[in-house]
Ligand binder design. Structure first.
Ligand SMILES: *Cc1c(COP(=O)(O)O)cnc(C)c1O
Length: 364
């Protein structure tokens, strides 16, 4: 039985008619940049997920960049994030001329460890970018308490965590700004590049809205430094078609995860921990095994697709060589990167496929 790591065609085939109708309407109305589809999406997204308001942007990297601009990070400032994430979590820090500083993760959830976070704070530290990795909420109470104590700006990278909650509240509003990605492979995927920005403070939202369109509120009057971070109309149109399905897709991801958690019994396997404070939306289901590469080969023989997310932690990436963090700097992130393997988890997987993955792992 074939089990692809991810197959986007199933979801898009099922939604083909309403999707093409919505995209055609956008085309006919030439609503190409922002416009009604994006405004409708912003309203629907905020209402569905529990945010006071939201802004559509043109990637998941864009709102991270915008949030770093609003935070006022700059040269000489340090901003802390986890090394075990997608590189984009840190890019915004570089874009505004500040310096990324890493703090190691917890082995159980792969999320930022608050103890390591506090130990990484220096007099130059200005902010924290918290990543809710693989859809699992990070320890926000501890992280926010540390941020308050040291006067730090907090940005939540929710790119993988749309719909996830911490102690019953949606991720993204615990700090000063929250960011989302709707890259096609994410839990809520567009038909191109897009993302979103949320903030509980209306003045932060307003500033982000101006930055999104070249720092302007009125056309050709630029009160602040901005850029082009606009969502395009086609993305809004497709996301409006998909949004009503997100809750069911998330429930299905959680059911698949529960099946993996109950079924995988292979010894020496670390399964992702599910602490009571957070409800994961399982963007990935990532396990650790000391013989990870052999396990992947074994699964490939059973026609099961897997992926390495992430094979190299940020501090060991060439682009960050100048930060001077060598091998051994962040042992938990390094252990995770060298032993992790992500299993297929997308809503259209059948129970039979999931059971085939479980049986194949257990037979390793
Ligand atoms: C996908 C992702 C991003 C960036 O999103 P893009 O839409 O690709 O720009 C940022 N952070 C994390 C953790 C992601 O997974």
């Amino acid at each position: 039985m074939k089990v692809p790591f991810l197959d986007l065609s199933l979801q898009h085939r099922a939604l083909r008619e309403p999707a093409l109708a919505a995209l055609t309407a956008t085309y006919d109305a030439t609503r190409f940049c922002l416009g009604k589809d994006v405004e409708d999406f912003e309203r629907n997204f905020a209402a569905t997920l529990g945010y006071p308001r939201a802004l559509g942007m043109n990637s998941g990297t864009a709102p991270l960049h915008v949030a770093c601009m609003i935070a006022g990070f700059g040269p000489g400032d340090e901003v802390i994030t986890a090394p075990f994430t997608f590189i984009s979590s840190a890019w915004g820090i570089n874009y505004v001329g500040a310096t990324p500083v890493f703090a190691d993760i917890e082995p159980g959830t792969y999320n930022l460890d608050p103890v390591k976070l506090e130990a990484a704070i220096t007099p130059r530290t200005k902010g924290i970018i918290v990543v809710h990795i693989f859809g699992q909420p990070a320890r926000m109470d501890e992280i926010i308490a540390i941020a308050r104590k040291h006067g730090l700006y907090v940005i939540e990278d929710c790119a993988q965590a749309v719909g996830a909650s911490y102690k019953g509240k949606p991720v993204g509003l615990f700090g000063d700004a929250g960011t989302f990605s709707f890259y096609p492979t994410k839990n809520l995927g567009a038909c191109g590049e897009s993302g979103a920005f949320v903030a509980k403070d209306e003045s932060v939202h307003t500033k982000a809205r101006h930055i999104r369109v070249h720092g302007s509120d009125r056309r050709y009057y630029h009160d602040i430094i901005g850029g082009n971070f606009r969502m395009d109309g086609f993305q809004g149109a497709l996301l409006n078609v998909k949004l009503p399905h997100l809750a069911a897709w998330t429930t299905r991801r959680q059911a698949i995860a529960a099946r993996y958690l109950a079924g995988i019994t292979l010894s020496d396997t670390h399964l992702p921990e599910q602490p009571g404070y957070g409800k994961s939306v399982f963007h990935q289901f990532t396990i650790r095994h000391p013989r990870r590469d052999a396990l992947r080969e074994h699964l490939a023989k059973y026609e099961i697709g897997t992926d390495l997310i992430y094979p190299v932690p940020l501090h060991l990436q060439k682009c960050y060589a100048d930060l001077g963090c060598g091998v051994g700097s962040f042992p938990v992130s390094e252990l995770t990167a060298s032993t992790c393997v992500s299993l297929p988890i997308f809503p259209e997987l059948t129970d039979a496929q999931v059971d085939h993955v479980i049986a194949s792992i257990n037979s390793f």
